[in-house]
Design a protein around this ligand. Structure first.
Ligand code: ZN
Length: 185
């Protein structure tokens, strides 16, 4: 695997235990913890892509209602996955982690300017923010790995169909976290 980065999407209080909570979101926490801890040890960049909404955001107004409002407890990463000082934390205002966030320029600057080639995505939700982030990664030429047991959706069906879509449309490799860990050099 070439220069890689882990991107943890929306593992926030509101999506795990708060306003838009789901038990399915809770299930992926141990695997993601293992993934970020191993990445840190090996010097692989860990990037958090976090919803940080304004109440005026279209997603809040038209679709989901109040969630992950910037500066609130609900918009904080869950305590189990709390970012360290070396991690990168980027705020977003809609589904894609690339949309007006500086994520692309960050990825290009890492590895002493060589840039990240492969992004490893984990978090919530398979068919929403993971999917839109994968789309934007694909458009920009990144290879995509999805942590199979490190992403989830509100329902099993959305999760399953979401994974299939990522594989078919963005050529994403769907890999269990344990397999990813073996490949992290
Ligand atoms: Zn949102």
């Amino acid at each position: 695997m070439e220069n890689k980065a882990i991107i943890i999407i929306d593992m926030l209080n509101d999506f795990v235990t708060g306003d838009l909570k789901s038990e399915r979101g809770q299930r992926i926490v141990p695997k993601l913890k293992k993934l970020v801890e191993t990445a840190r040890k090996k010097g692989i960049p860990v990037i958090y892509s976090n919803d940080a909404h304004l109440p005026e955001d279209p997603e809040v107004v038209y679709r989901w209602g109040k969630h992950a409002i910037r500066g609130t407890k609900g918009a904080e990463v869950i305590p189990e996955l709390k970012p360290t000082k070396k991690d990168y934390v980027l705020e977003k205002r809609t589904y894609s982690g690339f949309f007006e966030t500086g994520l692309d320029s960050l990825l290009r600057s890492l590895y002493h300017g060589e840039g990240v080639k492969t992004v490893i995505l984990g978090g919530l939700h398979t068919n929403i923010c993971v999917r839109h982030t994968a789309a934007d990664a694909f458009f920009r030429g990144y290879k995509i790995i999805i942590a199979k047991d490190g992403v989830e959706a509100f329902t099993p069906r959305e999760h399953k169909e979401g994974l299939k879509y990522l594989e078919n449309i963005y050529n994403a490799k769907i890999m269990p976290v344990d397999k990813i860990l073996k490949e992290l050099k």
